[in-house]
Design a protein around this ligand. Structure first.
Ligand code: MLT
Length: 326
């Protein structure tokens, strides 16, 4: 028994050495296979648009395919949980946004992930106001008209959203609380299907992402009523702001790239460099400008501080507007 101990010791030391060596090799070889970005909404919304444009460009620098995985449902919580629980090996990333990282912690009584503890921020990619759109046949051409119609028909006008806790949901919830109207929330699994429900006339209106709604507005399939930013937006300088008629109203959607917590600092540094490079690429900038998205591209620390500040801000907005918890 005594004689076997040193042999066992050597054997264990051997395993440890091989383990360290293979960990180093795995690190050096990264990325050795495709990387996935979990998008917690259906295709067609801004989360999906941003992930696809950035993923395609970043894949060139990373030398690997970047695959988009849409895991929609529960206001983004399903996809967020998938990404939070994934191995922190640099092969799973998350396209986080104002809903999953800042609104849902205050809106949901129980959240299956912690937006701060479970993720390692990489960079804030874009920020952008939403746009209130209606079917062109609605007898309401301005925000004043929409408010008047909603007051005339309490509980009858409907608004589509990307799910409870999404930016589009908060757009409608703030319209109700600040505008003092009663409109009915109809949640979908993303801005893509929700916006199509307005085009199809199933739902009265939506606070849709600009990237999704501009092509439909330009094609005459939707009518733009107002945007949710604080001042005028570059894509439509004459379009009214919601806060022109409803002081205090503001909803800015934002999207950023994160990795599961525990991803190595080296991998985070490389991902940060590649995604910031992708954000600076001419075709990406042109596409995002057309979509009404303001390009950011900050550091992981700045993004972490931004998430914490947004989480506090939305907790106050939700409590102040008495938006019911899910
Ligand atoms: C939202 O409304 O919060 C999202 O941008 C939804 C989406 O990207 O589909």
């Amino acid at each position: 028994m005594k004689r076997t101990l040193p042999i066992l010791g050597l054997f264990v030391a051997g395993i440890a050495a091989v383990g360290t060596q293979s960990a180093v090799q795995a690190q050096q070889a990264w990325p050795a296979r495709p990387i996935r970005i979990v998008v917690p909404f259906a295709p067609g919304g801004s989360t999906d648009i941003v992930a696809r444009a950035l993923g395609a460009r970043a894949s060139e620098g990373l030398g690997q395919t970047v695959v988009i995985e849409n895991r929609a449902g529960a206001g983004g919580n399903i996809g967020a949980e998938v990404a939070a629980r994934a191995a922190p090996d640099g092969y799973t990333l998350f396209m986080g946004h104002v809903g999953t990282l800042a609104i849902n912690p205050a809106l949901y009584r129980k959240l299956p992930y912690d937006p701060i503890r479970d993720f390692s921020p990489i960079t804030l990619a874009i920020a952008s106001p939403l746009m209130l759109v209606v079917h062109p046949s609605l007898p309401a051409k301005s925000l004043k008209d929409v408010l008047a119609l909603a007051r005339k028909r309490p509980g009858q006008l409907t608004y589509a959203s990307a799910g409870s806790g999404s930016a589009s949901h908060l757009g409608g919830a703030l319209l109700e609380s600040i505008g003092k109207v009663d409109v009915l929330h109809v949640p979908y699994k993303g801005t893509g299907p929700a916006t199509m429900a307005v085009v199809g006339g199933e739902v009265t209106m939506m606070f849709s992402g600009q990237g999704t709604s501009w092509p439909l507005v330009n094609a005459g399939k939707l009518h733009a009523i107002a945007h949710t930013g604080a001042k005028s937006i570059p894509n439509a300088p004459k379009l009214a702001a919601m806060n022109d008629a409803l002081p205090g109203y503001e909803v800015i959607n934002w999207h950023g790239v994160l990795a599961p917590a525990g991803t190595s600092a080296e991998i985070i540094r490389r991902l940060h460099a590649e995604f910031v490079k992708a954000l600076g690429a001419n075709e990406v900038r042109a596409r995002f400008t057309e979509d009404g998205f303001q390009v950011v591209g900050n550091t992981p620390d700045e993004f972490a501080r931004f998430i914490a500040a947004e989480k506090d801000k939305w907790a106050k907005v939700i409590a102040g507007a008495k938006i019911p918890q899910e």
